[in-house]
Write a protein of this length. Sequence first.
Length: 561
Amino acid sequence: MQKLNRLFILLAFLGLNLNMLQAQTTILDETLLTEDSFGTFTPVSVTGTQNWYFREIYGAVCSGYAGGQSFENEDWLISPIMNLAEMDDVVLTFSHTRGSAAVMNVGVEEGWYKAFATADYTGDPLTTQWIELDGLNQNITTAWQYINSGNLVVPEGARSENSRIAFRYMSSASASATWEIKNVRVVGEPHNTNPGQSGTFKITNWNTEWLGCTQFGPTDETLQVNNVVAALRSMNSDIYCIQEVSNTLDTPTVETLVTLLGSEEWGGTIVPSNTGDCNQRQALIYKRAKVQFVSASQLSSGSASQGNSYYYNWSSGRYPALYNVNLLVGGSTIPVSLVNIHAKAEDNNAESYTRRLGGSEALKTILDGTNYNTRNLILIGDFNDYLIGTSSEACNCTVSPYDNFDSDTANYTGITRNIIDADRRFGERPIIENIIISDELTDNYIANSAAQETTMPSVISRYYNTTSNHLPVSARFQFTIMGREDNSVKSSYNIYPNPVTDVLTVNGKNLASDAVVQIYDLTGRQILNQQLNNSTVNVSALPGGVYILKIDNTTTKFIKK
């Protein structure tokens, strides 16, 4: 890979405050464990004489049980006003529990315990247009045991200057439980409105275990799909690279996922588009507001290696899927190529190891080539082996089949190489679902953010039986974009021709003919730093695209043809 000098956060000439570059902003943070904290919320009783009340140890409490019997109730606990008009990726989390043991799950299927959000609270819960926050973790298995709600995404339709969230409790005259809530947090990201714009992206890898296949994997296909959707919402990632997906005309799995998630907010694709029944493939699911889909193809042409054909090494044609996307930050786009793989299964035999090794060798030859060696590249998927060592004992091997990537530290970084699998059903071992990034993304990766999504078994009931036998793995990336030129100083110098092929001329009043110029690409990477040569700069070596030229504290864009 061609290593480029980075300028990750261009504070010096953008004049940005470090606080605006934080990945998240806390909007609401109330424990509900003090009277003052509880008092920021408004209890409203719609039906019945019971209502939400405060307990020092338990936070906000509501119960339809009183005097030895249950009563019909509908009670709301409504948050203070939150200004969400300028926020993206708004997420609600809280801790909650129910009891007593005999009735702790009564009413769950009927929807007695829900969280909502609104852009305009009328003062009456019954006349307010609420949006239910999907994905609430209701899997309480022990009375009075607190669990995490999961990440509940507040959709755009509920975001305004007067937004509120609310909890609704219900009970009947024949049955009731107690619902306790504490540690309520709402976080989000500010809109990118400044010349130097920052965007954080969460990318997740997940083997969804025969999703869409009726012959293998979880037996209840509808439940599995619904659980996958709930998990995707809970993780709240911007991009999901998923494996073991069957997508046919009769069972359009990707389309079904997108429809259930909401097709206005989500997109998805898979190659090939018609996989054949139970033909495992790798798909892409993404947020439309932050990701622009460009193209998809299979990396189906590669060299033979380790005595096998490229086809055979990739599980007899389960080729790497290449997804080209643009990440959207402000008004700019950042191209990223995702190579989603599902390697030969980790059968404990020498042949399987050899096929993974051969596939890895051939793939690296492709990615090291001129078509890919300057791209923002993410190699992601089910590697079916470790990045350090190997899961194959039968071959007496000690080196990972992906050591060709892992040892090429100048060009690649295995950001998941040191993660130990939290799923201990198979003993203590490294993970086999991995992420490798190219050197172009080294400075954009948020250090130590790669991790397994260990809350999934608590978010999804009987997760390993109903949904997947793999834990998802996520990582975060941050980009700073120089999105707009400073029109107030634009006239201080001129550049031409624009677009330019070879030599760019820069001139202006009081501008030295040997002034220092700096050129950046749209991800903030410094491409060039040198003096003008008689008011010119040679840009012939730059790839075609849009660039930022900076002199002193003045910036402007130009296009290289």
